[in-house]
Design a protein around this ligand. Structure first.
Ligand code: WT7
Length: 652
């Protein structure tokens, strides 16, 4: 059990169902009945949920899947277009004047943009026809590298409209990372902005794309003017959006898509190798994001929903774009950061736009908690009705601050556990249906069948702790790793045959609540950003003075986990501050600023077994400063390495 889970008590309930239950779409009794039916009569249940969407051909079957061998299909004979469901159908239903997006710029004095569904439709059509003009066809992969501006959403929806497969890359990734992702999925088009804004500074998006395209070629780049900063345009390859879109037609049909056609690829880190291109398909993802958004956030027409995630992450895909828009909701897009120009930016923005539902990450909550209550109290937060968190375990202290200071003790807080691979929320309390326990994600969402298993794959019953698996398929599940189905099967379905293995450790209490304890593999979670320790190691050993590197996570007050790197140098090389700076730079270059090491620990040797395997368990303990509980070190080839490492840490 992790330290965090250890000091939480199962009886620490926060009971607030009555206040939340009023008018909610799910009472405790409804949850029980719906959950049972979603398992016992899954087909009928999911066909009913799917019926809220408009299909060009209605599906007659729901799940058609096996985890051994791995083959997953949902709504397989159905046909629909997600862009139609997120945009056009609301306009056709007479809701064209409803607000779809509100854009809050980085600069609080800058122009806010309010985009109705009718305007969104026009914008998406303009982008879709421009993509066609550029040569983009159904099935083509299109890389999107954009700031958090409405055009990013237009680009995703335009791809969905014409059946192109988008691959959004977060703006914090480096040119090398962009090149690797373009190459991996053989993407032939890029959509980017000239630059983005972040806390008053510009991010050179087009320049990063140019650097990436020195390594890998594409047919064309579409550049959206945002900051107006100077960028180089490569004649014949690069096109300004405002020029190329001039004169395109004002209509563009939504391509009818088979439910199992690909919708998007999103790269995410695993415990080994390069990031994986997780592939989601049209029908199941549409139903999963529509249904989870509806029940988890209990959205009511007219409310403003704000998910602070970037569209470069799955949270932004599912709960800035596809979930809210398919529900006809108003979603806020914010380009800036929580602490600029001041630590009250989130709360100022909630008050300014009368946000009702606010969804953010524990790392942001912990950072803002440090600034005390004054920045929160400066603003009228009475519009808030529901709070949510996602991305990493939330410590009960941060949960309480969020609930008490931001929520004034009157709002439900949903702690939503899910992953890039799950497409949408999997474990959460539902407002109105469940009481909350600070630090627990709560209960399985409809159709989700969690199992805790021990190291040998035995399924554990009752209150217990183990590795979190999902025993049955759900519509939003990723279907494959792009171009490498074997890797998909190996990564998720080989540890425990016949089950999807999440990579997370988890505890279930006597009330059936789930408490995620964190990753049990070599993946770390830094400020809610998922990182493979192997990727950071690969970046470090590229430096010619480095012999070996081993990277582990360690507990970090704000980030959740920090990045701790052990490095051994080539014969004759000496550690220095310059070398440390060069190694940090190396990691930023290969992956991006989000992977910057917190600690570099130069050591003459790493702890290895006689067969040469690095004992990461020991490295984790030393990084955590838990040197009194190192466990058995007798199998090490040279046990004295451990003392050197401990000394090295103390001297740091
Ligand atoms: C990993 C997935 C889900 C979108 C954002 C992250 C951790 C996520 C929670 C939560 C505890 C959580 C898990 C998971 N995680 N949500 N509510 N409580 N841990 O997506 O980048 O694919 O990362 O984030 O460890 O496996 P991701």
């Amino acid at each position: 059990m992790t330290e965090q889970a250890a000091h939480i008590h199962d009886d620490e309930w926060v009971r607030r169902p009555a206040a939340a239950a009023e008018g909610t779409n799910c009472t405790p009794e409804q949850y029980e009945a719906m959950y049972r039916r979603s398992i016992d009569d899954a087909d009928a249940f999911w066909l009913e949920q799917a019926a809220r969407l408009e299909w060009t051909r209605k599906p007659t079957t729901a799940g058609d899947w096996s985890f051994d061998p791995v083959d997953v299909r949902w709504f397989a004979d159905g046909q629909l277009n997600v862009c139609h469901n997120a945009v056009d159908r609301h306009v056709a239903a007479g809701n064209g004047e409803r607000l779809a997006l509100i854009f809050e710029p980085d600069d609080p004095q800058g122009p806010v943009r309010r985009i109705t569904y009718a305007e969104l439709q026009a914008e998406v059509i303009r982008m879709a026809n421009t993509l066609k003009k550029m040569g983009v066809a159904k099935g083509d992969r299109v890389t999107i590298y954009m700031p958090m501006v409405p055009a990013g959403a237009f680009a995703m929806l335009a791809c969905a409209r014409i059946g192109a497969v988008h691959s959004v890359i977060f703006g914090g990734f480096s040119p090398e990372a962009i090149a690797g992702r373009i190459e991996d999925c053989a993407s032939t088009f890029v959509i980017c902005a000239d630059e983005g804004w972040r806390g008053g500074k510009t991010i050179p998006l087009k320049r990063n794309v140019d650097a990436a395209l020195e390594k890998v070629g594409v047919k064309a780049v579409l550049v959206i003017r945002h900051t107006g900063g100077d960028v180089a345009m490569n004649a014949g390859r690069d096109h300004w959006y405002h020029e190329l879109s001039d004169g395109v037609a004002a209509d563009c049909p939504c391509e009818p898509m088979a439910a199992e056609d690909p919708l998007f690829i999103l790269y995410t880190s695993g415990s080994t190798g390069k990031p994986k291109g997780v592939l989601h398909t049209v029908g199941g993802y549409a139903v999963w994001t529509e249904t989870t958004f509806r029940y988890v956030f209990d959205y009511r027409p007219g409310e403003v929903f704000w998910c602070t995630a970037d569209i470069g992450w799955v949270t932004g895909h599912s709960y800035v774009v596809y979930g809210p828009l398919q529900n006809g909701a108003t979603a806020l897009m914010f380009e800036g950061v929580p602490n600029w120009p001041d630590h009250d930016r989130f709360w100022a923005t909630v008050a300014k736009h009368k946000v009702a539902i606010f969804y953010t990450a524990p790392t942001a909550i912990r950072a803002l908690m440090r600034e005390g209550t004054a920045p929160v109290e400066r603003h009228d937060l009475s519009s808030l009705r529901l709070l949510g968190t996602v991305g990493e375990p939330i410590n009960p202290e941060a949960w309480r601050w969020y609930s008490d200071t931001v929520g004034k003790g009157r709002l439900p807080v949903v702690d939503t556990w899910w992953q890039t691979e799950t497409g949408g929320v999997m474990i959460t309390t539902l407002p109105g249906a469940h009481d909350m326990k600070p630090g627990s994600a709560g209960k399985p969402f409809f159709g989700v069948c969690p199992q805790l298993v021990d190291g040998d794959g035995n399924v554990l019953d009752g209150a217990t702790e183990g590795n979190l698996c999902i025993a049955r398929s759900w519509p939003g599940q990723a279907r494959t790793v792009y171009g490498d189905h074997d890797r998909f099967v190996q990564t998720y379905f080989s540890t425990y045959k016949g089950k999807y293995f999440t990579g997370d450790g988890c505890r279930r209490d006597a009330d059936g609540y789930y408490w995620i304890t964190g990753r049990v593999d070599d993946v770390i979670n830094v400020s809610g950003h998922r990182m493979g320790t192997a990727e950071v190691e690969s970046a470090l050993v590229l430096h010619d003075k480095v012999a070996e590197a081993a990277v582990v996570g360690f507990p970090h007050d704000i980030k959740g986990q920090g990045i701790y790197c052990y490095v051994t140098l080539m014969e004759g090389e000496e550690p220095s501050d310059d070398l440390a700076a060069a190694l940090r730079q190396q990691v930023r270059k290969e992956i991006g600023p989000i992977a910057s090491p917190d600690h570099l620990h130069f050591t003459p040797a790493l702890p290895k077994t006689r067969s040469g395997k690095i004992m990461r368990r020991i490295l984790r303990k030393i990084a955590e400063n838990e040197t009194s509980s190192l466990g058995d070190t007798s199998t090490l080839a040279d046990p004295s390495v451990v003392d050197t490492l401990i000394e090295g840490r103390l001297n740091r």
